[in-house]
Design a protein around this ligand. Structure first.
Ligand code: UDP
Ligand code: MG
Length: 318
């Protein structure tokens, strides 16, 4: 029976990149035998001509499937939509998924290499970006910040410089498909399953072909906080610990002040101490209420169990 690779490409406002990517993929994939493929473009609510271009291409190529999200749901959910599409509709006995970006930062040549490795028996292929001088200062700083928060506070180990460019064999697709959480972070979920058997391909990431990156400092901050809270209850534990510490400290203050006024009979002073202690503890309370609020907020969202996205799947008619 024929094997099949689904290449899932998330695209949000990538009109300048669609054609470049498509012809480059065509080039690379034409050399590969022993497997069929399908190009699954997820149009993540683009406001430019991305969808038009995709529909146009689809007329000439029946290997193209378009998943059209009803609005912009973000990169994670675009990948999820692709994953669910394959996981829920596939009846083939042997298949895999490749996730890639639409901006040519994930070289199609490497996708072809992944397929070759998959045909050789690799089940999970990840990529590692080699940093070069081109990696901008800003990007590097943001990356450091992101991974710092992540690794200090969260329980899952998420390796650095591993982009969302990867191949998952059927087994992994079905496992990932079984994770129904609303709040999603692909990398974290994958390392939840286990990366032990991963085969890693290194590559030097080129610059974006055209257009602008959709990530900025705020996005990454949100992503980092999300990742921490989704995969760890460490912040809650810190809160509990600080609570104990606070109780102990205030007990100490109390003892000291009793000692000063009742045993040494010195005059009572210390208005400023009092003030600082009280502000310290009230800010602590607010901080940790916030943390607890974050978790409760997630429960609130999770409990609703809403569909993660809305879309239609556009297949070639003939
Ligand atoms: N993307 C998406 N939805 C979004 C933002 C981005 O589908 O809301 C896609 C985007 O078109 C690209 C990929 O996700 O193919 C990675 O985005 P980007 O290149 O902006 O991220 P960066 O490479 O700068 O981390
Ligand atoms: Mg990019």
């Amino acid at each position: 029976m024929m094997k099949k690779v689904y290449i899932i490409i998330s695209a949000y406002n990538e009109e300048e990149n669609i054609h470049v990517l498509y012809s480059s993929l065509q080039n690379e994939l034409s050399a590969i035998k022993f497997t069929d493929y399908e190009l699954v473009f997820v149009n993540d609510g683009s406001k430019d001509k991305t969808l038009d271009f995709l529909l146009e291409l689809q007329k000439t190529d029946d290997k193209i499937t378009i998943i059209n999200q009803s609005k912009n749901f973000g990169h994670e959910l675009a990948m999820t939509a692709g994953l669910n599409y394959v996981g829920n509709t596939n009846t083939m006995s042997d298949f895999s998924i490749i996730f890639m970006d639409a901006d040519m930062q994930h070289p199609p040549k490497l996708a072809a290499e992944m397929i070759t490795q998959w045909l050789n028996g690799k089940k999970l292929i990840l990529t590692k970006r080699i940093e070069n001088q081109d990696t901008g200062m800003k990007y590097r700083l943001m990356g450091n910040f992101y991974y710092w928060i992540l690794n200090v506070l969260s329980d899952v180990r998420i390796p650095r410089n591993m982009p969302d460019f990867r191949l998952l064999d059927k087994k992994y697709v079905l496992w990932m498909n079984g994770l129904n959480e609303t709040d999603r972070m692909f990398r974290g979920m994958l390392s939840l399953i286990g990366l032990r058997d991963a085969y890693i391909l290194e590559f030097e990431a080129p610059k974006r072909n055209a257009g602008r990156s959709k990530y900025n400092f705020l996005n990454l901050y949100k992503l980092a906080i999300d990742s921490v809270i989704q995969f760890s209850i460490k912040p809650l534990r810190i809160a509990t610990f600080m609570g104990f510490l606070g109780c102990f400290l205030s007990f100490l203050f109390l003892c000291t002040s009793i000692y000063i006024s009742h045993i040494r009979h010195e005059p009572k002073t210390g208005f400023l101490t009092l003030l600082s202690v009280s502000t310290f503890f009230s800010s602590l309370t607010i901080l940790f209420l916030g943390i607890i609020g974050e978790y409760i907020g997630r429960i609130h969202i999770e409990v609703k169990n809403r569909p993660l996205y809305f879309n239609e799947i556009i297949k070639n008619e003939d």
